[in-house]
Design a protein around this ligand. Structure first.
Ligand code: HEM
Length: 307
């Protein structure tokens, strides 16, 4: 993980400024739970990418589903992105991580802009209300942030972690056996199809309805997602997670992620599990995306505070 600087401390402080600081909890994606499962790649993935997890072996996976905010007691109905974090145990002992969220694009192009947005979102200390003027001024100065904010506020509460599609937002370079690179964004598409609830229905449910729903669903068998590679074309932005790519980009099914059971929290007895998007292996190249490279050191700050 990268070395944190003042900026990464400030990002975590700003997250705490919105959600409060909660001992032992992540600064974002504070509320979540773990599952065990496996990933198996298709032959087409192996042709595109030489990385160990794309060779077609069954790869054991530790999976964490989460609610995007920093409140470990948040109600599952809130309008926030949901996350899926996957740690793959590769043959030979290495591990690699894949992190995705339900919003298709991110809310800022640089960590400095993201810090400004987080600070604008800090609730008024007197009223506890969002300062709409501050957020409005930020969005006016940063039109590139609009789509992510709209996607977050405009998406109704989910019915199930098994019925959401998740996106990497960043592009990753896939190297084949000859060293040729194909740039792609990842997307996890639910085999069960996407589904949502209306706000009233969701708010009336228990605050932890998402975990209970998944536990119930897993009784009748595993939950599956297709890992889809959305392939970049010449000129598509590879370093800007706020920018969507055209809908018609070619999609390749790279494999299946099977979620099999909810497991005990591996952090319960003081263990620390860190999912880090730059934890990649041979065959995967990272773009020069300033948001991607700010994440690892910001996660280190959060981990140091919660561990
Ligand atoms: C500069 C931008 C970002 C900052 C500062 C940031 C910050 C954080 C922090 C502090 C955590 C908690 C880490 C821990 O304690 O282990 C976290 C978790 C997470 N973030 Fe980000 N994040 C950023 C961008 C993104 C983006 C673009 C995605 C898109 C996939 C994303 C997805 C996630 C997910 C899925 C988790 C939960 C991981 C888990 O379950 O352990 N984040 N983020």
């Amino acid at each position: 993980m990268g070395e944190p600087t003042e900026l990464h401390e400030q990002l975590v402080d700003a997250a705490n400024g919105i959600y409060g600081s909660h001992p032992g909890a992540r600064a974002f994606h504070a509320k979540g739970f773990y599952c065990a499962g496996a990933f198996e790649a298709t032959a087409e993935a192996a042709r595109l990418c030489r990385a160990a997890h794309f060779r077609g072996d069954e790869i054991p996976a530790l999976i964490r589903f989460s609610l995007g905010g920093g409140d470990p007691a948040g109600h599952d109905s809130v309008r926030e992105p949901r996350g899926i974090a996957i740690k793959l145990d590769l043959p030979g002992g290495e591990q690699t991580d894949i992190l995705c969220v339900t919003t298709p694009v991110f809310a800022a192009r640089t960590p400095e802009d993201f810090l400004e947005l987080l600070r604008a979102r800090r609730p008024d200390p007197e009223t506890g209300e969002l300062d709409l003027e501050k957020v409005g001024a930020f969005l006016e100065a940063h039109p590139e942030s609009g789509p992510a904010v709209q996607a977050t506020l405009g998406t109704p509460p989910p019915a199930s972690y098994a019925q959401l599609a998740y996106n990497s937002q960043h592009a990753f370079g896939l190297l084949d056996g000859e060293g040729k690179t194909t740039w792609a964004r990842y997307r996890l598409e639910p085999r069960a199809g996407e589904a949502s609830l209306d706000d009233e229905e969701a708010a009336a449910r228990d605050g932890d309805y998402m975990r209970a729903e998944l536990a119930e669903r897993l009784r009748s068998g595993p939950v599956a997602f297709d890992l889809v590679l959305v392939l970049a074309e010449e000129g598509d932005p590879l370093e800007d997670p706020t920018a969507a790519w055209p809908e018609e980009r070619r999609r390749v099914t790279a494999g299946t992620l099977e979620v099999r059971e909810i497991v005990d929290d591996p952090e319960r007895d003081g263990g620390v599990v860190v999912f880090d998007p730059v934890n990649v292996v041979d065959g995967i190249e990272l773009p020069d995306d300033p948001i991607l490279h700010a994440r690892s050191p910001a996660y280190t700050v959060s981990v140091n505070r919660r561990a």
